[in-house]
Design a protein around this ligand. Structure first.
Ligand code: COA
Length: 322
């Protein structure tokens, strides 16, 4: 039995912030941001009521409704995030409580922008082993709280949001998957946790924020992702042209276009929402999947490739049948 997606949902914060608005609070402009990234606007949390948990729960409820399953029918909840509200309990346990999904084993996965894909692969492995039959997988971020708002080269890139899917152990669904990590490249995209100030360590360190070497991340993505997708399709014995859509992590439209060119595939096979969501890290793939599903663009039997890449470094891809 493999993981078959039977429902999708998403939630974006109420407030949409345009490039033009950002240009009123920092030294930037719409032309610079759009030409380098394709981003026009992003949604950002704008009240104490909008949290990683609230976005995750809203996306999860929508996915459950779409799937027809009830919270108590879910065996496993995985939340992919690097911006949980609490260090502990996990976001997954908090979602479990809010939903009343009392049977579900719940834990978080930290694989940055590859997190949703790693969570999907983990669920698929549990299903193949026959351990669980139903799962709720959520990618959620409120990166706006860990972004350095004085660093214009990173803060304009990111958005907040959540996407969720419900998966069921089934004969169809997941066909093949690949994932990889390279910790030696980890220092190009980092955010340090709180500094130890126990009685034996003296520190005056300030809280850390997201740091990114944008050009190195760009080079990593445009090299690694096409290689990963090619290996995935070889493994599955599938022709790239038979895949209806390639849903890539939505970091930057130039990265997506470059990957499409390298794979010699038409850009129409690469739907994108980076223009209105920005980079929502672990949430980007399930938000995009929910958008194209709700727009009626997916038909039963369609082949879809999902591919994520990001901090760690981490990357991965999955081929599945809708
Ligand atoms: N507005 C206006 N100017 C800006 C700016 C902003 N928001 N941010 C940076 N600049 C300026 C820089 O200061 C620099 O000016 P200078 O030449 O006078 O020093 C100039 O723009 C070029 O900066 P640079 O960093 O070389 O830009 P770039 O062409 O490499 O583009 C990124 C920067 C971040 C857009 C690009 O590297 C990128 O997309 N990287 C991948 C990031 C990503 O996807 N990360 C997530 C992966 S999960």
């Amino acid at each position: 039995m493999r993981a078959k997606i039977i429902g999708t949902g998403s939630c974006l914060p109420d407030r949409s912030v345009t490039n033009d608005y950002l240009s009123t609070i920092m030294d930037t402009n719409d032309q610079w941001i759009q030409s380098r990234t394709g981003i026009r606007e992003r949604h950002l949390v704008s009240s104490q009521q909008e949290t990683t948990l609230s976005l995750a729960v809203n996306a999860a409820k929508a996915a459950l409704t779409d799937s027809g399953l009830l919270p108590e029918q879910i065996d496993l909840i995985l939340v992919a995030t690097v911006s949980s509200d609490y260090i502990t309990p996990s976001a997954a346990c908090m979602v479990q409580k809010e939903l009343g999904a009392h049977r579900a084993v719940s834990f978080d996965i930290n694989a940055a922008c590859s997190g949703f894909l790693f969570a999907l692969n983990t669920v698929d492995a549990y299903f193949q082993a026959g351990i669980y039959q139903t799962a709720l997988i959520i990618g959620v971020e409120t990166l706006s709280k860990i972004i350095d708002w004085s660093d214009r080269s990173t803060c304009v890139l990111f958005g907040d949001g959540a996407g969720a899917v419900v998966a069921k152990a089934s004969e169809g669904g997941m066909i093949a998957s690949l994932q990889g990590s390279d910790g030696t490249g980890g220092d190009i995209l980092t955010c340090k946790n709180r500094t130890n100030n126990n009685p034996f360590v003296s520190t005056d360190a300030n809280p850390d924020y997201l740091y990114m070497n944008g050009q190195e991340v760009f080079k990593f993505a445009v090299k690694k992702v096409p290689e990963c997708i090619q290996s995935l399709l070889e493994q599955a014995g599938e022709d790239a042209s038979h895949v209806t859509y390639y849903l890539l992590h939505q970091a930057n439209y130039r990265i997506i276009a470059s990957i499409a060119r390298k794979l010699k595939l038409p850009i129409e096979k690469f739907p994108s929402n980076v223009d209105h969501c920005g980079n929502t890290s672990a949430a980007s793939i399930p938000i995009l999947l929910d958008e194209i599903h709700k727009e009626g663009k997916l038909s039963e039997g369609d082949l879809i490739v999902l591919s994520g890449f990001g901090a760690g470094l981490t990357w991965g891809a999955a081929l599945l049948q809708w």
